[in-house]
Design a binder for this molecule. Structure first.
Ligand SMILES: NC(=O)c1ccc[n+]([C@@H]2O[C@H](COP(=O)([O-])OP(=O)(O)OC[C@H]3O[C@@H](n4cnc5c(N)ncnc54)[C@H](O)[C@@H]3O)[C@@H](O)[C@H]2O)c1
Length: 377
């Protein structure tokens, strides 16, 4: 099968997420990196793209040049990844969708709810795929957890407790580092810092595993480093459409926590626990029974958990391979085989509605507010 042509915007040399996209997209021989506008500095981006093997005429200085250069080529890119800072996602994603390209947008998909609704509408109207990189949902053992909840193996879910808390922005003397600063600057990040950066991964995960949607929430935001305009710590209580109680803590000043993304799902007849630092294991406890460690690659797992595993039991895979699973499902979707579980624009919109709801709630001393986007109410 011919490889699909892939284009990348942002994710330049030294960026945080760029390498995971390149490893992920190229891991399975489904895509070729054919075009790129990788950096906010045009020359730096062009030079790096060529070092990665992109032809000189497709190593672009910025995304508008890339759109103009790609749109009429017979071998134009099939998929564009948007891995720039948050405030640029909407404009770039909209332009490429409208020009008929499929897009994988980094989270958060937009910075306002209105923009999110527009992206959902454009994707529907153009029939193009707009996926959002909620890559943690593509870990095999997260698919296993979802399959178990769907199969009723832990009964009705009563409670979800999740956190995504790290300490990598906890050093006040590093707060002006440009790669840290934009995340707390409303002009670059939008209305929320840490909740929109990491909290929405946890919120998406809660909905994803439970096959449910967040309806209302109450939030407490804090900027523990006072020079920060946006929050670096948040506690969010939520409720879902099926009545599940949700608790979420997200922080970037939790010094000592490294990646710190974990989730526990408590049902009427059992509980599940997963932590991103041990992503190959899912801990399962049936009510009144023994706690079991379920390992990626072992017998008896769900079809989805098997499908997304690549190497033998007890061999680590990890984060770039979860991103690779998103790219595999995108390649299938572009070729017409839509996979259950690929996070799409409505998931990105729901996150943005939750972010704005959390900001409003935090300003109103934690008042409970509707967390659904108007178009889904
Ligand atoms: N899905 C995930 O798990 C995950 C993890 C980290 C970051 N992200 C998201 O990825 C995005 C980028 O984050 P990061 O941590 O890699 O940021 P970063 O600051 O490390 O890198 C940003 C990169 O984008 C480039 N860039 C900026 N503006 C550009 C433009 N207009 N055109 C082309 N390139 C441009 C920069 O030169 C740089 O190479 C953010 O939206 C972030 O929320 C997602």
């Amino acid at each position: 099968m011919a490889k699909l042509n892939w284009g990348m915007i942002g994710g330049g040399e030294g960026s945080q997420i760029g390498p995971a996209h390149r490893i992920g997209a190229l891991a399975d021989g489904r895509f070729t990196l054919a075009a790129a506008a990788l950096d906010h500095r045009p020359d730096v981006g062009r030079e790096y793209a060529m070092r990665l093997g992109v032809a000189a005429d497709r190593a672009y200085g910025d995304w508008t040049e890339m759109l103009a250069g790609e749109r009429n080529r017979p071998d134009r890119v099939d998929l564009v990844t948007v891995a720039t800072p948050n405030s640029t996602h909407f404009e770039i994603t909209k332009a490429f969708l409208e020009a008929g390209f499929h897009v994988l947008c980094e989270k958060p998909m937009t910075v306002t709810v209105e923009e999110g609704e527009e992206i959902v509408r454009i994707a529907e109207k153009t029939g193009r795929i707009c996926a959002v990189n909620y890559c943690y949902s593509a870990y095999p053992m997260i698919r296993q957890a979802r399959a178990m909840v769907r199969a009723g193996e832990i009964g009705r879910v009563r409670l979800v407790v999740t956190s995504f808390s790290h300490g990598h922005h906890g050093d006040a003397t590093d707060a002006d580092n440009p790669r840290v600063r934009w995340r707390y600057d409303p002009a670059m990040a939008g209305v929320s810092g840490q909740f929109a950066d990491c909290g929405i991964h946890a919120l998406h995960m809660a909905s994803f595993i439970c096959d449910d949607e967040v309806t209302t929430l109450s939030a407490d935001f804090a900027s523990t480093i006072p020079s920060r305009e946006l929050e670096d710590d948040a506690m969010v209580n939520f409720r879902t459409a099926r009545g599940t109680v949700g608790r979420l803590w997200t922080s970037s000043v939790a010094i000592g926590r490294q990646h710190g993304f974990d989730i526990q799902v408590f049902g009427e007849t059992g509980g599940l626990r997963w932590a991103s630092e041990q992503p190959n294991q899912l801990i399962y406890t049936p009510v009144g029974g023994r706690t079991q460690i379920m390992e990626k690659g072992e017998a008896g797992l769900s079809d989805e958990a098997k499908r997304l595993s690549r190497v033998a039991i007890a061999h680590p895979e990890g984060f770039p391979m979860a991103v690779a699973n998103i790219y595999c499902d995108l390649a299938d979707a572009i070729r017409g085989e839509v996979r259950d579980g690929l996070p799409r624009a409505p998931a990105g919109l729901r996150s943005m509605a939750a972010v704005h709801a959390a900001v409003a709630s935090a300003k109103a001393q934690g008042a409970w507010v509707d967390a659904r986007p108007p178009m889904f109410r």
